[in-house]
Design a protein. Structure first.
Length: 349
């Protein structure tokens, strides 16, 4: 009898002939689930070099038919809430149940080097060494919304590699950290039992878009955790996040757990499973992904136009003087914007 392949290895797939030889090998490595190949592909996607961007686009197009088969889970919450501990415990549980788990962890960026200050591989030691898991820490690099610029593309690479659960852990820096909800199937907000009073629970923004609110470290102060659960449940009603009872529609839930002890993890995944089944049954799963893809396209268009505008030679010759006029009240900001846009349009017919 021949030797069997490792559990994560798969036969070498047919590679697109349009790709250069080096990228055909990279495509095959990703499709086989080779972690080194996955990391190299994501690094290529994150590169800002024009020639790398062209290669990355071709690679992503080749991988695209093999994506969209995972559950995308967004995890957010303030620093110290225990996101990494929770994700590691959840990942190990899911692997025991036969899943393959990818974690895209977005870390705060160094103002000096631009790289990650923290490294989630050092905070998820057991999960990072498992052959059915892949962890990729990436610097936020100043990107708004708490997610790295290339997180969406990295997510597609992980899906093409066969990971059926992709978790995006965000920086956790405040209420503006909601972009992850626009790229995942389910958005989970983590809270502490004693994070604040009623007003803290009723904060709008991130609370309104949460599909599931998790009160972690509930074992430390059970009474505080119970009070927090009641406050947040009430807040969701006040914000209109929870509608009238309807068995066919998901209603945002609030639950307690302890990632450290593992209590509540199975219940958490039961909530996720029910959410996924309901969303697929009522057609909202596919429509949410379609809307996200459309929003992603427009985000990239806006970013590209902004970059082209800022680097246009004609605009740059006028930008400093026009900005000075705006700062000193010699020209209205709206007028200045229209003039600069007209100048850009004239030089880019």
């Amino acid at each position: 009898m021949g030797s069997s392949l490792p559990s994560t290895a798969r036969p070498v797939p047919d590679t697109p002939a349009a790709l250069p030889a080096a990228d055909q090998a990279l495509f095959a490595a990703v499709r086989q689930g080779q972690r080194r190949g996955i990391a190299k592909a994501i690094t290529l996607l994150e590169s800002t070099r024009a020639d790398h961007r062209e290669r990355a686009d071709a690679l992503l197009t080749a991988l695209l038919p093999h994506t969209a088969k995972s559950l995308r889970l967004g995890i957010s919450g303030v620093p110290g809430v225990g996101k990494s501990t929770f994700i590691e415990a959840l990942g190990l549980l899911l692997i025991e149940r036969g899943h393959q788990v990818a974690v895209l962890a977005v870390d705060p960026s160094s103002s000096v080097s631009g790289g990650s200050i923290l490294g989630d591989k050092t905070r998820m030691e057991r999960l990072s060494v498992h052959d059915r898991a892949f962890i990729r820490p990436s610097p936020a690099s100043g990107t708004l919304g708490g997610v790295a610029e290339k997180t969406r593309e990295a997510m597609l690479v992980c899906e093409a590699a066969g990971y059926d659960v992709v978790i995006v852990e965000t920086v956790g820096v405040g209420q503006s950290e909601i972009a992850v909800a626009g790229m995942t199937d389910m958005f989970v907000l983590m809270q502490l039992p004693n994070a604040g009073d009623d007003l803290q629970a009723i904060k709008k923004g991130v609370m309104e878009i949460a599909d599931l609110v998790v009160i972690n470290k509930a074992d430390i102060d059970p009474n505080a955790a119970t009070r927090a659960q009641a406050q947040i449940t009430s807040a969701l009603h006040l914000l209109g996040a929870r509608a009238a009872h309807d068995e066919s529609t998901w209603q945002p839930q609030v639950m307690q757990l302890s990632a450290l002890t593992g209590k509540g993890l199975a219940d958490f995944w039961a909530h996720v499973d029910r959410f996924s089944r309901l969303q697929r049954a009522n057609g909202r799963f596919d429509s949410r992904r379609q809307q996200q893809a459309k929003s992603w396209m427009w985000d990239m268009i806006h970013a590209g136009l902004r970059q082209r505008f800022a680097h246009d030679p004609t605009v740059r010759t006028q930008l400093a003087a026009t900005t000075d006029d705006v700062l000193h009240g010699r020209r209205a900001a709206s007028t200045a914007a229209r003039e600069l846009l007209a100048l850009f349009s004239n030089t880019n017919p």
